[in-house]
Design a protein around this ligand. Structure first.
Ligand code: HEC
Ligand code: HEC
Length: 202
């Protein structure tokens, strides 16, 4: 009798352990394995400069972007060319699963090949803004370490080329976002490259 009870208890403990593991780390949705990872990399770490890493990105931001691609409100060149089709038929439920999966992945490791002078100039812009050009401190919204929060995306460890392309897209209104347009409308290309170099290095 006693040994049967012990086996029963061990079984319950095992069940408990696997249930906890399941909730702490969402499993990879099939569509990520089959499709998204071809461009965004395994575990959301992309190795191609124009394809953003998605690992550790905030859940709210990922969901917003996928819906913006789906309804064509994010309409910069690469969004149209690559993501309109990808997100075109994704149901809300799948978007939520994808966002939960990527949010739970380990963040990208920062690039070690950025130019130190640019990185220092970019750090100053990120932390203090550029008062003479009405550029606000980026960290006020994106977090002190660019880790992101809800609607404000994580920028740390993102590819430099991708970041520069997005800053230009906001400035040119190809990517229509009132907040980011007003933040970057007076930034020069050199300032965009510097802040992107800093963010890529994190
Ligand atoms: C053929 C390549 C390709 C595939 C496959 C692909 N993407 Fe993308 N994705 C891109 C590119 C390129 C961009 C950048 C768009 C831009 O510059 O505006 C992007 C951007 C994104 C973004 C916005 C990231 C950010 O930081 O704003 C999300 C989210 C995203 N993709 C999710 C997905 C998901 C989910 C899938 C699978 C259903 C997927 N992608 C499949 C190429 C791809
Ligand atoms: C007032 C808040 C605020 C400030 C300050 C701010 N941002 Fe943003 N930023 C946002 C929001 C909100 C978004 C998301 C836009 C969207 O949903 O398309 C964003 C998006 C971005 C993106 C796109 C990320 C991606 O993955 O595609 C980049 C790059 C960016 N910001 C860089 C900066 C830089 C550099 C600065 C400083 C010069 C800055 N931001 C200052 C609010 C802010």
């Amino acid at each position: 009798m006693r040994s049967i009870a012990a086996i029963g208890l061990a079984g319950l403990l095992l069940l408990g352990a696997s249930a906890t593991a399941g909730t702490s780390k969402p499993s990879e949705p099939n569509i990520v394995t089959d499709t998204c990872s071809q461009c965004h990399g395994n575990n959301g770490i992309s190795s191609i400069p124009w394809f953003p890493s998605l690992a550790a990105q905030t859940k709210t931001y990922l969901e917003t972007q996928l819906k913006d691609f789906r309804n064509h409100t994010r309409a910069d060149h690469y969004a149209k060319a690559y993501m309109w089709n990808m997100a075109g038929t994704l149901p809300d439920k799948v978007i939520k699963e994808i966002a939960e999966y990527y949010k739970a992945q380990q963040p990208p490791k920062g690039s070690t090949t950025e130019n130190p002078t640019e990185v220092a100039a970019g750090e100053a812009i990120f932390k203090n803004g550029v008062a003479s050009e009405n550029v606000p401190a980026c960290g006020a919204c994106h977090g002190a370490n660019a880790e992101g929060n809800t609607m404000f995306p994580r920028l740390a460890g993102q590819h430099r080329e991708y970041l520069v392309a997005q800053l230009k897209a906001f400035r040119d209104k190809a990517r229509d976002n009132a907040i980011m347009y007003s933040n970057v409308q007076h930034m020069t290309d050199a300032q965009m490259h510097a802040v992107a170099a800093y963010l890529a290095s994190l």
